[in-house]
Design a protein around this ligand. Structure first.
Ligand code: FPP
Length: 242
């Protein structure tokens, strides 16, 4: 799959980690860290277009996060719901197309309604495509797509990617990830965009997500732009012919 980097525009994914440590380090409840994390989401969305990022996929809630204590799960869902309504006007005005990827069958029905409404209202946005991964598991999506494919009368492996995008509620034209950032010093993928990260450049920073800001994002993109991407070839691919 060709990367959006060919047009100089990037698909960047972020595993936003460290909210809990940010809060406990200050003697605050973990939810205070998530709340601060939502502010970092806003800063990152604002900074992304000027850095040449056309698609930003943020890991907001993993399928495994349901296993956290109920008050934290509820708090995260409240925050997400709040985000969908509080940021709505600004996202529309700034031309940000919003897409929520992941399962929807386990979300509160009115959250699903808000998601559907916001996706419709922002569908024409061209400044940035903001994808929030909620109740997301790459393994789940891959398994679902493979199952759907295997049920087809004449399974065509070329359709796999299309199925994968469909089961995770992603628009079909979204390209692979160019750069994957994880904050808070942890260095793992945690079931995030496993298929789409096949040739992603990985960038880890010790900064806790609530402290992450525009200069941090700029630093990550700068490091990325100085990397050689060979995609299995011998020479770096800077401008791939389409
Ligand atoms: C991981 O940090 C972060 C999460 C599980 C939730 C991410 C949520 C936000 C950034 C805020 C809400 C987002 C939106 C879109 C409104 P952690 O809790 O695992 O931190 P820890 O490893 O320090 O405990």
């Amino acid at each position: 799959m060709q990367s959006s980097v060919t047009k100089g525009l990037l698909h960047v994914g972020v595993i936003m980690d460290g909210n809990g440590r940010w809060a406990t380090g200050r003697g605050l409840p973990r939810l205070a860290g998530h709340r601060q994390g939502a502010k970092a989401v806003r800063r990152t969305v604002e900074a992304a277009p000027d850095l040449g990022i056309s698609i930003l996929t943020l890991f907001a809630f993993s399928a495994d996060n349901w296993l956290r204590p109920a008050p934290e799960v509820e708090g995260l869902m409240d925050l997400f719901e709040e985000f969908l309504s509080r940021e709505r006007r600004e996202l529309i005005d700034k031309g940000v197309r919003v897409e929520i990827i992941g399962r929807r069958d386990r979300l509160r029905p009115h959250i699903v309604n808000r998601i559907e409404r916001l996706e419709l209202e922002t569908a024409e946005g061209t400044a940035l495509c903001l994808r929030l991964a909620v109740d997301y598991s790459a393994r789940w999506a891959i398994t679902q797509a493979a199952t759907t494919l295997s049920r087809m009368a004449s399974p065509d492996p070329l359709l796999f990617r299309e199925q994968l995008q469909r089961v995770q509620h992603s628009s079909p034209q979204v390209p692979d990830l160019d750069l994957l950032i994880r904050t808070s010093g942890e260095q793992r993928l945690s079931d995030f965009l496993l298929w789409e990260s096949a040739y992603a450049e990985l960038y880890f920073t010790d900064t806790l997500w609530p402290d992450f800001d525009a200069p941090d994002l700029a630093r990550a993109v700068d490091v990325f732009r100085r990397r050689d991407r060979r995609f299995g070839r011998l020479q770096a691919i800077r401008e791939m012919a389409s």
